[in-house]
Design a protein around this ligand. Sequence first.
Ligand SMILES: Nc1ncnc2c1ncn2[C@@H]1O[C@H](COP(=O)(O)OP(=O)(O)OP(=O)(O)O)[C@@H](O)[C@H]1O
Ligand SMILES: [Mg+2]
Length: 333
Amino acid sequence: MDKLTGQEVKGNHGVYIVDRLIARGGRSNILRAVSKERQEFVCIKVLTTWLDDSSIKQLQREEAITSKLRHPNVIRIFDTGEFEGRFCTIMELAADGSLADRLKIDRPMPLTAILPIVDQIASALNYVHRQGIIHKDIKPGNILLDGERAILSDFGIARVMGEQIITATSSAAGSVVYMSPEQARGDSINEKSDQYSLAVVVFEMLTGQVPFFGSNPMETVYRIVQSHPPSIRERNPQVPTSAEQVVLKALNKNPAHRYETVLEFANALSRASRFTDDPRELRPDPEEKRSNNTRTVDKSDLFTLALVASIGAFLGAFAAILLIALLAQFVVR
Ligand SMILES: Nc1ncnc2c1ncn2[C@@H]1O[C@H](COP(=O)(O)OP(=O)(O)OP(=O)(O)O)[C@@H](O)[C@H]1O
Ligand SMILES: [Mg+2]
């Protein structure tokens, strides 16, 4: 039991009793707590980075916007409050931690495990993009896992603190490796920047490594802007060439050459992943396979069968009559 256990966190809509510390993140401490009113576990993120009053107000506004988002793969924000004088966000608790936790013990990950995560996060991103929101900080630490469910988190913090990432502490600087070239250059960003960052996460799941990193954040930024991504298949030959090409397209330095939407990227990846490079091992579409196996005899098949049978019967009868006529001639002679 740590010294936090049993302490009360006052939110704007309720009171939460701290159970334990889950993790120390780059910019905050993550606590597990129980809602006094609802008697269920929640997760509390207590900001440890100093923010001025106007940034705190902006963060409150951002969390209010996030709390209105409704999507099965977007984190539910229940409340905001203060703990030991620091701003905190009260949100749903993901039972299996983050993708960053998973990658510590399981990297590279098999395609079959990667695709459902990419599909769900792409669906969450597509939903928020349609509301005019860009996440700006897609990375494994912000993709939470709860059984089969992947959940996108940390919208408000990402949007308020996005600009501070490069200059922040070394652990927050971890975000830099997921940053798009346009974001790194300080150019204007759009939905395609989130697509790029998701492609970096996919690259990392497939190979166990991110495409660009240097010995310090500035060197990393330089490589993101200047270098070509390394080969995925050299690091993991089990990845089909077609899937590698999809990831490389989403990693294009020029946003105009990426997929139109993040959903297109996810769909292309799942289509490409059905094929290996050996044509004898083409993995059939399950739908196609099912329809091939269950092909039924239709009306035209029956008609052809009947026609062939009648012609056969007619020719048989004709041959029999001919034979009888010949035999009769012999008998008469
Ligand atoms: N809602 C949650 N439910 C369960 N665990 C969580 C939740 N949010 C965060 N965590 C845990 O806390 C860890 C740190 O999360 P945090 O968001 O602080 O890290 P980060 O995203 O890597 O850094 P930062 O957000 O500060 O840039 C995660 O890797 C995960 O293990
Ligand atoms: Mg986070």
